[in-house]
Design a protein around this ligand. Structure first.
Ligand code: HEC
Ligand code: HEC
Ligand code: HEC
Length: 168
């Protein structure tokens, strides 16, 4: 069961890594091999994953409640281009359904209720969230994001998990 999954992952990452290498201005992406696992080598800057980055900082409101609120009137083209590519066999309308405020008390668990692997309409979260972050310089460089920003390793048991928490 694991082998095809890992193969798909390796291929997926190889593609992601190959794209920037075409552009001489952009150095080859190194996150594929340099996977900072926060909390082990360094201090974990995002122990609660999503909600530790998606905050309000001064004028910039990066909270997911604000972002998704705006998406109910139409998500940005860049987001839709990426979202549609993750589900080529489906039609996405380009508007996010309005979601209950209580959902923002538990991110990403509440998102995953709709964005399940077998969801008929919401793009499965794994592909969607990976493509929205790992292909963005703003994530990989500006904030130094990596796998460990979301995936936390329990170094005693070897179990990976994604913490879920309330928006700040
Ligand atoms: C280390 C910081 C960090 C963490 C952790 C993080 N994000 Fe992000 N997120 C970003 C950055 C940076 C972007 C890219 C913004 C851009 O397009 O330049 C982004 C983009 C997004 C977008 C695209 C919408 C938009 O505003 O453009 C969504 C949705 C999103 N993140 C959800 C999540 C979810 C859900 C999680 C947890 C599973 C998460 N993020 C974890 C930093 C983070
Ligand atoms: C009630 C179900 C539901 C919940 C809860 C939900 N989503 Fe969605 N989401 C959807 C559906 C359905 C779509 C496809 C919308 C379309 O056709 O464009 C979608 C699409 C998206 C997209 C692609 C852009 C778009 O508007 O199509 C992003 C990004 C996204 N969701 C992020 C999130 C995040 C982050 C959360 C949790 C804070 C979340 N969603 C919670 C149902 C949900
Ligand atoms: C911004 C948050 C975020 C980052 C960064 C991130 N992931 Fe994920 N990852 C997720 C989410 C959300 C899921 C879906 C969890 C679910 O469906 O229960 C997921 C699922 C997975 C899965 C299982 C499903 C699948 O797609 O096969 C693997 C393996 C995985 N991630 C590996 C990685 C690796 C390796 C990296 C770094 C190169 C990484 N992730 C970076 C959020 C993230």
């Amino acid at each position: 069961m694991r082998a095809p999954l890992m193969l798909a992952l390796v291929l997926g990452f190889a593609l992601v890594a190959a794209l920037p290498a075409q552009d001489s201005k952009v150095e080859p992406t190194t996150f594929v091999l340099a996977l900072p696992v926060a909390g082990l080598a360094t201090v974990d800057a995002t122990p609660n994953a999503c909600v530790d980055c998606h905050t309000q900082r001064g004028e910039v409101d990066f909270r997911l409640s604000t972002r998704l609120g705006a998406f109910t009137m139409g998500a940005p083209d860049k987001v839709m281009r990426k979202a549609r590519a993750t589900v080529p066999d489906r039609e996405l309308g380009g508007w996010h359904p309005a979601i209950k405020p209580v959902s923002f008390q538990n991110i990403p668990a509440s998102c995953l209720r709709c964005h399940r692997q077998d969801s008929p309409n919401a793009p499965p979260f794994s592909r969607l969230i990976h493509v929205l972050h790992l292909t963005e310089e703003s994530f990989t460089r500006q904030v130094g994001g990596g796998c460990g920003s979301c995936h936390k390793l329990d170094s005693a048991t070897g179990q990976w998990s994604i913490p879920s928490a309330a928006e700040k």
